[in-house]
Design a protein around this ligand. Structure first.
Ligand code: ATP
Ligand code: MG
Length: 401
C-alpha cells in the first residue's frame, strides 16, 4: 500500500475494532490502482458521525449533515463519511434528503462512475460491485446504474464525466455518452461555480483536446455561460489545435479559451465574470489577453507594454505558442527581464521623498509626477538613480507639467 494509505491504517483499525466497517473509497483508490499520485484519502464507514466523534480525539464537523466528519491525525485530515443513500432529486443537483445506512453496497450505488465506486479494505482487498476494475483496465468512464436517472439526480455528473475522461484519457461509454447528449440541458440547474471547477480541471487534463471537442459535441457547451450561441465550432477548433498538447495552468487555459472564442476585450471580461471567476483571476487573464491582441494586431510591443503585462507574460506567450507554431517568444521574456523596473515600488524615489525635498507638495500633482517618472524610467529615457529622478521631477515642476 502507498504510504498515504499506510498512514491512515490506524484510523481504519480504530473504527473496525469498535465493531464498525470502514473502507478507503473514491478517488484515492482509483488513483492508486492507476499508479497515480494520491491526494485526499477518503474513508467510508458504517459508523454514524456521533460514533466516529466518540472514537477520535480530534475531529472537525466538515459536513456533518451529510455524514462527513474530518478526523485529524498526525497532521493529516481524513474525510470520514457514513454510508448513506440519497433520495428525491427534485432540483437536479442534490438529494432532498440523505439517510445513513449500515451497508456499504448502498453507499457505492449512489456514486457517479464505476471507477469511482471502488472501496478498499485495510488488507488491500478491493470491493468492486459495478465492475469498476474492468472499466479501469479498459479506460472507460461508465455511470453506475442508469445514466439518464443518474444525471437527473445530479446534472453536474455530466461535466464530471467529461472531466475524468480528459484527466485520465478515458473514453465515455456509449450509453453514458448518449445520456449526456440527451440530458445536456439539465446543466442549467447547476451553479456556474461548480461547472467552472469541472471545466477548469478538464482543460488541464492530458486529454483536454478531446475533452473540449466533447464539451462542444455533447451539447453541454450550450448550457453554460456564453457570450452568444453558435460557437461550438470555436470550441471544436480549440480542441483540434490542442491535440498532443497540454495547458499548464488555469489562467493559461481560460486565456486560450477566450482567444479561441475570438472575444473582444470587453466581452472577455464579461465572459469571465459570468463564469464567476475572481477579480484577481479576471485581471490576470485580461492582461495576458491584451498582450495577445497587441501581438495579433502587429502593434509594436514597447517596453511600456511589457511593463504592463509583467508577470503575466508567460501566459500570453504560452497561448501565442499554441496558435503560431513558429512562435518562440524568448525575446519578449528577455526584454521583460531587462526592464529597469518591473514595479513602481522599485523606483529609486517615492512620494515621501519628493515631499521631503520640497519639489512637490502633497496632492494630486504628486501622483502625476510619479507616473511620469515611472514611464520615463520604464521606456529607458531616464536612469533609475535618485539624483536623475530628482532632477527630472524638478524639471517637470518648473515646466508646470
Ligand atoms: P479528485 O481526484 O478530482 O478529487 P475524486 O474521485 O476524489 O477525484 P471527488 O469530487 O473528490 O472526486 O469525490 C470523491 C468521491 O465521491 C468520488 O470518487 C465519487 O465516488 C463520489 N462523488 C463525488 N461527487 C459525486 C457526484 N456528483 N455524484 C456521485 N458521486 C460523487
Ligand atoms: Mg477527491
Amino acid at each position: 500500500l502507498p504510504q498515504e494509505f499506510m498512514a491512515a491504517l490506524p484510523i481504519l483499525e480504530t473504527i473496525t475494532n469498535a465493531g464498525f466497517e470502514a473502507y478507503f473509497v473514491g478517488g484515492s483508490v482509483r488513483d492508486m490502482l492507476l499508479g497515480k499520485a494520491i491526494h485526499d484519502v477518503d474513508i467510508a464507514t458504517s459508523a454514524y458521525p456521533s460514533e466516529i466523534k466518540a472514537l477520535f480525539e480530534k475531529t472537525v464537523d466538515t459536513g456533518i449533515e451529510h455524514g462527513t466528519v474530518m478526523i485529524l491525525d498526525h497532521g493529516n485530515g481524513y474525510e470520514t463519511t457514513t454510508f448513506r443513500t440519497e433520495t428525491g432529486y427534485t432540483d437536479f443537483r442534490r438529494p432532498d434528503s440523505v439517510n445513513f445506512v449500515r451497508d456499504l453496497a448502498e453507499d457505492l450505488k449512489r456514486r457517479d462512475f464505476t471507477i469511482n465506486a471502488l472501496a478498499m479494505r485495510a488488507n488491500g482487498e478491493i470491493v468492486d460491485l459495478f465492475n469498476g476494475l474492468v472499466d479501469l483496465d479498459n479506460h472507460i468512464i461508465r455511470a453506475v446504474g442508469n445514466p439518464i436517472e443518474r444525471f437527473h439526480e445530479d446534472a453536474l455528473r455530466m461535466m464530471r464525466a467529461l472531466r475524468f475522461s480528459a484527466q485520465l484519457g478515458f473514453v465515455i461509454e456509449k450509453t453514458t455518452n448518449e445520456a449526456i447528449k440527451a440530458e445536456a440541458h439539465l446543466l442549467t440547474n447547476i451553479a456556474v461555480e461548480r461547472i467552472n471547477v469541472e471545466l477548469s480541471k478538464l482543460m488541464l487534463g492530458k486529454a483536454a483536446a478531446e475533452g473540449l471537442m466533447n464539451f462542444a459535441q455533447s451539447g453541454l457547451f450550450n448550457y453554460v455561460p456564453n457570450i452568444d450561441m453558435g460557437r461550438e465550432l470555436d470550441i471544436v477548433a480549440a480542441g483540434l489545435k490542442l491535440q498532443g498538447k497540454t495547458l499548464p495552468d488555469e489562467a493559461t487555459a481560460w486565456t486560450y479559451l477566450i482567444d479561441q472564442l475570438g472575444l473582444n476585450e470587453a466581452d472577455a471580461g464579461r465572459f469571465l465574470k459570468a463564469w464567476k471567476h475572481s477579480n484577481d483571476f479576471i485581471k490576470q487573464v485580461k492582461t495576458a489577453y491584451h498582450f495577445i491582441q497587441l501581438y495579433r494586431q502587429q502593434v509594436e510591443i514597447t517596453n511600456w507594454e511589457l511593463y504592463q503585462v509583467g508577470s503575466v507574460l508567460p501566459i500570453a506567450l504560452a497561448v501565442l505558442k499554441l496558435n503560431f507554431s513558429s512562435f518562440e517568444g524568448e525575446e519578449y521574456m528577455a526584454a521583460l527581464h531587462n526592464l529597469a523596473i518591473t514595479n513602481k515600488r522599485q523606483l529609486a524615489i517615492d512620494g515621501q521623498q519628493l515631499i521631503a525635498t520640497g519639489i512637490v507638495k502633497p496632492g494630486p500633482k504628486m501622483g502625476e509626477i510619479l507616473g511620469k517618472i515611472e514611464h520615463a524610467v520604464v521606456i529607458g529615457q531616464l536612469k533609475n538613480h535618485l539624483s536623475d529622478l530628482l532632477a527630472y521631477a524638478e524639471m517637470l515642476q518648473s515646466k508646470g507639467e
